[in-house]
Design a protein around this ligand. Structure first.
Ligand code: SF4
Ligand code: SF4
Length: 378
């Protein structure tokens, strides 16, 4: 296994760690897996131990929720040590077949779902979608996301958004089949070389468009473009920020009402990593009849659904209750009718947990766009 020329100690500023344990104390997966991130930060200081550490199964339990980074009083990013160890495994070629296939699919088809590049915009069929052209000025350029583009369960997010944008009459355009993965999961799975290639390709590609701003549908693309694309020439927003702006400007109106109790689950990549907490709530509150509830663990303290950090392609080492199940049970205790989310991964993990618990008859998991799409005036 090769290690990058910079040592772990230098790269992750390990000498800055005071071993206070706040990272492990806040880590949500400690309740179900043997992951002690503080210990990894300590042990990684010993370069001779790195190969042994990289072989520990729990490095794959991290969901990249960033709670440890938010809580570290020294401003370190403890999770990056785990991702660095994953990189060592990826470089050695000894990854799980599911991970290998996902990474290869990104390289060959521009998405981790092993779907054809040419089918990326099939979701647009039958819709009146404006397509971006390089050099033609556009105010809001939309980036859809691999999961939303290909997974029928969450394609509704994009479809409803198009209907709402057309209704609001704003200047927008979507990318066609030429859109490729932002690399969020590639990065957290530890494939640094492929991630760097995606950053270079996507930066060059997106900068060709004369867009005022880039709007992402997934919080994972949102955080990745904002934080890991230093040369991108446009600011990046999540769609909830744009719609909240349209709501304030009176450009969105809803028909009918929804007499339901809704609790909003803060996605890690939107909240903890993006500081976007109020806009999704404002959108939900704007639907007439909605009673908005709150989880005890919300906003910065929100519980992770375990959908990020490449976990869609890696089985957990634990057989204990999944965090998504805990979340659904919390919602049940609140008597919520709907668990609303603003992330495709949260939809998939929480809905799966809800079905597994047998709550389908009494509860629903819905992305905010699914709900708003049902109430947009035709
Ligand atoms: S929170 Fe930061 S300083 Fe404290 S043990 Fe973890 S990495 Fe070290
Ligand atoms: S990113 Fe989240 S899951 Fe990973 S070590 Fe940090 S707190 Fe734990």
């Amino acid at each position: 296994m090769s290690i990058e020329s910079q040592t772990f100690t230098e790269r992750y500023d390990l000498l800055g760690c005071i071993q206070c344990g706040r990272c492990t104390g806040g880590c949500p997966v400690t309740v179900r897996a043997d992951l002690n991130v503080r210990r990894f930060v300590y042990d990684a200081y010993n370069e001779e131990k790195l190969e042994e550490l990289a072989r520990l199964a729990e490095i794959w339990d991290c969901t990249a929720c960033h709670t440890c980074a938010v809580r570290c009083p020294k401003g370190l990013k403890p999770l990056e040590v785990l991702l660095g160890l994953r990189t060592m495994i990826v470089e050695s070629g000894k990854v799980e077949p599911t991970v290998r296939d996902a990474l290869q699919s990104v390289l060959l088809e521009g998405n981790p779902w092993e779907k054809a590049r040419a089918a990326r915009s099939d979701w647009m069929e039958g819709l009146d979608v404006k397509i971006a052209e390089p050099g033609v000025p556009v105010e809001n350029l939309f980036f859809v996301c691999c999961t939303i583009a290909y997974d029928p369960r969450v394609q509704t997010i994009a479809k409803n958004l198009v209907r709402i944008l057309n209704k609001a009459g704003i200047d927008y355009a979507f990318l066609d089949d030429s859109e490729i993965c932002c690399g969020s999961e590639v990065y957290t799975l530890g494939e640094e070389g492929l991630f760097e290639m995606l950053v270079e390709d996507n930066t060059a590609f997106l900068n060709e468009f004369s867009a005022t701003r880039l709007i992402t549908l997934s919080p994972h693309c949102f955080t990745t473009y904002r934080k890991q694309y230093p040369d991108l020439k446009m600011p990046v927003l999540h769609y909830t920020q744009l719609l909240e702006e349209l709501l304030r400007e009176g450009k969105l109106t809803w028909k009918g009402d929804l007499q339901k109790k809704i609790v909003f689950h803060d996605p890690c990549y939107l909240g903890k990593q993006g500081d976007v907490y109020d806009e999704p709530r404002q959108l939900l509150k704007s639907i007439p009849g909605v009673e908005l509830l709150e989880f005890d663990r919300r906003r910065e303290r929100s519980l992770c659904c375990e959908g990020g950090g490449g976990k869609m392609w890696v089985e957990s080492t634990s057989k204990k209750e999944r965090l998504a199940e805990t979340r659904i049970k919390d919602a049940k205790e609140l008597n919520a009718d709907i668990v609303a989310v603003a992330c495709p991964f949260c939809v998939l993990t929480l809905e799966d947990a809800m079905k597994g618990l047998g709550y389908e008859e009494e509860m629903r998991v819905a992305e905010i766009m699914e709900l708003l799409g049902e109430f947009v005036e035709a």
